[in-house]
Design a protein around this ligand. Structure first.
Ligand code: MRU
Length: 359
């Protein structure tokens, strides 16, 4: 593990993460931010799986990229002597990583791509096979970067100079390959010379908004104000917010969008205050097999994350806890879904089918 104080820019740090370096995958340990910048460099599949489970690497696209790169790195160690045997290794590894977290569909999407690449290249000799699988993992990352850039450009058109947006959780540079999804329009608007300010929900219980969003935006020089989650209604009522921008972990065929717990509440609040609520995500986050949000599996997290989150007990021992990690904003509350193929508007059953070329 390499470690340093975070004097380097968040942009540089995020770009160094989710990289294949010779024979290994490099992941940024996001649980240690904002205090410490620590990279995990490994070719061990269980280390990658633990990193995903423990949210060392988190954010839907980043989870998928890390998993693909984890497979590619772990494959280098395999002693299997044929492409077909290596393809079996890939299938086993993918199944193992698929059990790490259930909600972000990007994980399954990326692992499916690796399995398909393995099938395609099963006739190759081992060295060439391993090279092709590494290429696939790098392609997944690079394509995500291009998606984020496009989402940023399309999303920036929805924002006016001087707007203030509210965001929940972290859907910025740290959650993807580069730039972000929900935060990409903020960065692109800035490149265009617009001033866009951000209110960041702190995002209980694991504080992705405070630890990650506030950190990466402040490092980029974006005007960011951190609020407790329960302050969102008040800042909307005070007229401080012109748009809500959130990411997604899985978007159902009808436009229902799963994202970090609390997103549903923010969507209800935005609707009540007449504020547009935008979901921004690459098409790798769409799950056309889920007809609506009720088909999206929602991860439940350990009670200790609520009762003893950062090393201090804040609730009685053995109190009952319910801690879903995600909730679903119903399509009826979503003003638009911004993906790399366009700004999708209701009815989402139609616009999503068109975006995914399913018609
Ligand atoms: O539990 P996390 O931190 O992985 O949850 C992340 C989110 O909910 C993000 O908003 C989502 O994955 C989109 S990231 C571009």
């Amino acid at each position: 593990m390499t470690e340093s104080r975070p004097t380097l820019s968040a942009e540089w740090i995020a770009e160094q993460a989710d990289r294949l370096i010779p024979g290994k995958v490099r992941l940024l340990d996001q649980t240690r931010l904002p205090e410490t910048v620590a990279f995990i460099e490994t070719d061990d599949l269980e280390t990658v799986r633990e990193a995903i489970c423990a949210l060392r690497v988190r954010g839907a696209p980043a989870i998928g990229i890390a998993a693909a790169m984890g497979v590619a790195a772990a494959l280098q160690r395999s002693a299997s002597e044929t492409g077909a045997a290596l393809a079996d290794d890939v299938a086993r590894m993918a199944d193992r990583l698929a059990s790490a977290r259930p909600t972000a569909v990007n994980l399954f999407w990326a692992l499916d791509r690796m399995k398909r690449a393995a099938t395609t290249h099963a006739a190759l000799a081992p060295a060439a096979f391993k090279e092709q699988l590494a290429r696939e993992a790098v392609a997944i990352r690079d394509e995500d970067a291009a998606c984020c850039r496009r989402i940023g450009e399309l999303g920036a058109e929805l924002l006016r100079d001087g707007d203030t947006v509210l965001t929940h959780c972290n859907a910025g540079r740290l959650a993807v390959s580069e730039l972000g999804t929900a935060l990409a329009p903020v960065y692109v608007a800035r490149e265009q010379g617009k001033t866009v300010r951000v209110y960041a929900d702190e995002t209980r219980p694991l504080l992705q908004g405070a630890r990650l969003t506030a950190w990466e935006l402040a490092q980029a020089g974006v005007d960011v104000t951190l609020i407790c989650d329960n302050t969102a209604a008040q800042v909307m009522k005070e007229g401080r917010i012109q748009a809500v921008l959130v990411g997604a972990d899985r978007i159902a065929a009808n436009g229902d969008a799963a994202n970090k717990i609390g997103t549903y509440g923010v969507a209800v609040l935005a609707h009540a205050h007449g504020i547009p609520f935008y979901v921004l995500a690459p098409t790798s986050t769409f799950d056309p097999a889920a007809p609506d949000g009720s088909a999206i599996p929602i991860e439940e997290r350990a009670a200790e994350e609520v009762t003893c989150g950062f090393g201090r007990r804040t609730a009685p021992e053995n109190v009952k806890v319910y801690s879903p990690a995600f909730d679903v904003a119903p399509a009826s509350l979503v003003s638009a879904i911004v993906c790399e193929r366009g700004v999708l508007r209701p009815p989402y059953a139609d616009s999503i089918r068109r975006a995914l070329s399913l018609d």
